[in-house]
Design a protein around this ligand. Structure first.
Ligand SMILES: [Zn+2]
Length: 289
């Protein structure tokens, strides 16, 4: 049987930047501390957003930074049949409905108002939504502490297959993270408010809910999360040790001065011995980059 695992799941929309390096490093250190495997999964279902060459650049960057993964790289694009099978199961059990609301019609609403919930619409030109209910979803985040969310109040019934036929991020993530092997999902704080939706799906699919830990985000000078959208710079793979030293403080780690002369592998081995997710609990939820 395969070992317990954590995972890093980048989208191939651009090269790694300091924000994604932080997320990769946190999940890597946690997996090493747990004695489990560290998997890399390329979340490449949203094909219109994929950038040619980005996957190779991300993997080369991880290698350069000593973030060596276990087993083959997993690609969501190669697993679509599993997601469709999960969608079929949800649909057969009555958990889904088709929705033809246009983006324009839903504009400005964070919560789906349930417009198509009882209309029994057909698949043509429709998105597929999963039904939510008023039972709160509660979980203990390893970093953010106790979280409780009632999906009918926050987002309502949400999309699991888009109108363009693409399996939605929430569904694919729930199928992959709900496998028995994935024990811990360590990722950026920006994904905290996706977690209740994913747990809802994992429960409906009778998967195994992993433990979640949402680490602080790196933000730029104007408080925006580092991302492709905010024009975060690609990492310079020629200075991996310096890059790691730059992000480790956001994980509560202050490498000693002599760490500058170490390889990324040596630095990560030191960090794995020192890192504490629990110690991040009382810290800030974002760090100025
Ligand atoms: Zn609708």
């Amino acid at each position: 049987m395969a070992a317990d695992a954590g995972r890093f799941a980048p989208s191939p929309t651009g090269p790694l930047h300091f924000g994604s390096l932080l997320a990769a490093t946190a999940s890597f250190l946690d997996a090493r501390q747990q004695g489990g495997d560290w998997l890399v999964r390329i979340d490449d279902l949203d094909t219109p957003r994929n950038v040619p060459g980005a996957e190779d650049a991300i993997l080369a960057s991880l290698e350069a930074h000593g973030l060596h993964w276990d087993g083959p790289v997993i690609r969501q694009s190669e697993r679509v049949s599993r997601y469709e099978e999960a969608i079929d199961r949800l649909s057969r059990a009555g958990h889904t409905f088709y929705c033809t609301c246009s983006r324009k019609r839903l504009k400005g609403q964070t919560r789906y108002p349930g417009t198509c919930r009882h209309l029994s619409l057909s698949a043509a030109g429709a998105a597929l939504r999963v039904r939510t209910n008023a039972t709160p979803i509660a979980f203990e985040d390893l970093v953010a502490g106790p979280i409780r969310e009632t999906l009918t109040d926050t987002v309502g019934d949400f999309v699991i297959r888009r109108r363009d036929g693409i399996v939605a991020y929430q569904l694919a993530t729930a199928v992959d993270d709900g496998q028995a092997r994935i024990k811990r999902v360590i990722r950026g704080r920006d994904l905290l408010d996706n977690t209740a939706r994913q747990i809802h799906l994992i429960r409906l699919l009778e998967g195994e809910t992993p433990a979640y830990g949402h680490i602080p985000l790196l933000v730029n000078g104007t408080g925006q999360k580092l991302s492709k959208q905010t024009f975060a710079q690609a990492l310079d793979d020629r200075r991996p040790t310096a890059n790691l030293i730059h992000v480790l403080p956001a994980l509560g780690l202050s490498p000693p001065a002599e760490a500058r002369a170490s390889t990324p592998e040596q630095l990560l081995a030191w960090a794995a011995g020192t890192f504490s997710l629990k110690a991040l609990r009382d810290g800030p939820s974002s760090y100025r980059h």
